[in-house]
Structures are given as structure tokens and as C-alpha cells.
Design a binder for this molecule. Structure first.
Ligand SMILES: [Zn+2]
Length: 243
């Protein structure tokens, strides 16, 4: 006899409180990111570095903070304007770069830029740029990044059909903030978006995990049965996941 829907929902919601089973579900999502990003990047010619990666690295080299990361995109369709963001605000470095860029290969036509200000804690530079384009209802096409994208950023970029050079294949332990365009929350809101991209972010149809009691669950089936608070808790745990 099948368990009732209510019983299934209770079982799914119990997983998030289990210190045995929740890590297994989180690991399954992480494994999904690894497989998916490896698969998507396999066909790319990584030696063919985009000019935007060169620009991002040049800005990083001018920054004082060694932990900084920079993301740069062309403001489509305007190729004379750059959209720039950094993990740490470094206005001097960006102004210095803008003075130099016209002398760099591929930079002759660039005469304007917009610096994306986004104070969301732990939001990586490429996610700030991705959200800027989403808010302006455009697609950046390609985002140049000064360092290989972390796993979570790589997954978000893939879901938004945005190209980038490479991924470290690892998680950045200092934290991560889900971009709003994937379904992340605005600063003080605990509201979880119903955006289907969010579901695509945590797994695909076939992603599953095995509980400590040897039961097999599909990530999507469990996530669907989570109540709103638990959906939010799961995403928060994904944001805090470490290597
Ligand atoms: Zn990242």
C-alpha cells in the first residue's frame, strides 16, 4: 500500500532536520553541479581566452586586495561600454584600468563603463554582473572573470546561458550568495522564488540520494514536498556549503 501524500511530505520535511540525511542530499546537489559544469565546459577551447578575461585580470592586477575577483562583460549590444563588478570595491583600480584599456589589444573602442554596486554579502563578482543583466532584461553572452569560476557560479552561469572561460570545479568556502535571477532572495527577504531555474539549480530529473536508512529519493521529489521554510533552509545550506 502506498504511503499517503501527507506521509511522504512528512518524510521529505524530516530529511532537512536529519543530521544524517541532509548532508547526503546536499552532496547529491554538489555532485550534480560537478557533473553538469564538467559536461558543459568539455567542448570549450580553454586556450582561446576571451578578451573580457584579459580585461578582468588586468583590473585584478590593479587591485590592492589579493582576494579580489573581477567580472567584466560588454554592455550588449554596445561594445564600447563595459559592465564591471568586483568582490571588493576598488574604484581607483577600475578608473586606472579605464584609462589604460584603449591601449590594450581589443580595447580601442571602449570609452565607457558601469560599475555594478551590489552590497549583498558574499555575492561573487560574476553573479553581480549576471543579476545586472537580468534586471536590465539582457543577456551578457559572455562574462570575463579574473579567476576560474567556483562551482556554484559556474552552475548559475550555465542556467542563464552565459559563457565563461573555466571553473575551478570547487566551492569557495568563504560563502556564496545565490543571484536573484536564479531565484535567490533580495537582501532582507525570506521569500523563496518559485522560479523553475531554482529547481534546475539543485538537480535534474535523475539526481538522487540515498538516506542513512538506504531509501532512495530524487532531489526534485523531496524539494517539491518541502514546505516554504524548508525550501529556504535548503537553499541557505547550499549557499553555506564548503569543500
Ligand atoms: Zn563564484
Amino acid at each position: 500500500m502506498r504511503r499517503s501524500d501527507r506521509g511522504q511530505a512528512a518524510r521529505a520535511n524530516a530529511i532537512i532536520d536529519s543530521s544524517y540525511d541532509l548532508p547526503r542530499m546536499l552532496t547529491a546537489t554538489r555532485n550534480f553541479w560537478e557533473t553538469e559544469t564538467k559536461h558543459k565546459l568539455k567542448s570549450k577551447d580553454l586556450n582561446n581566452q576571451n578578451i573580457l578575461d584579459t580585461f578582468a585580470e588586468a583590473i585584478d592586477n590593479l587591485c590592492n586586495n589579493r582576494e579580489n575577483c573581477t567580472a567584466v562583460a560588454f554592455e550588449t549590444p554596445n561594445k564600447n561600454k563595459l559592465i564591471i563588478s568586483t568582490n571588493y570595491v576598488e574604484h581607483d583600480a577600475i578608473n586606472n584600468f579605464m584609462r589604460e584599456v584603449q591601449n590594450m589589444p581589443g580595447g580601442a573602442q571602449i570609452n565607457d563603463h558601469h560599475y555594478v554596486i551590489d552590497n549583498s554579502l558574499a555575492k561573487h563578482a560574476e553573479m553581480k554582473v549576471l543579476d545586472w543583466f537580468s534586471e536590465n532584461r539582457r543577456n551578457p553572452g559572455y562574462i570575463g572573470i579574473s579567476k576560474p569560476a567556483c562551482l556554484r557560479c559556474a552552475m548559475a552561469l550555465i542556467l542563464k546561458n552565459t559563457d565563461f572561460c573555466s571553473t575551478s570545479g570547487r566551492i569557495w568556502n568563504a560563502g556564496w550568495k545565490m543571484p536573484v535571477c536564479i531565484g535567490g532572495t533580495q537582501m532582507d527577504s525570506h521569500k523563496v522564488s518559485t522560479d523553475s531555474l531554482l529547481k534546475q539549480f539543485i538537480g535534474d530529473e535523475s539526481s538522487f540520494f540515498k538516506t542513512s536508512q538506504e531509501e532512495y529519493f530524487k532531489i526534485h521529489e523531496v524539494y517539491d514536498k518541502f514546505n516554504g521554510v524548508n525550501k529556504y533552509r535548503y537553499l541557505t545550506r547550499l549557499e553555506g556549503l564548503e569543500n
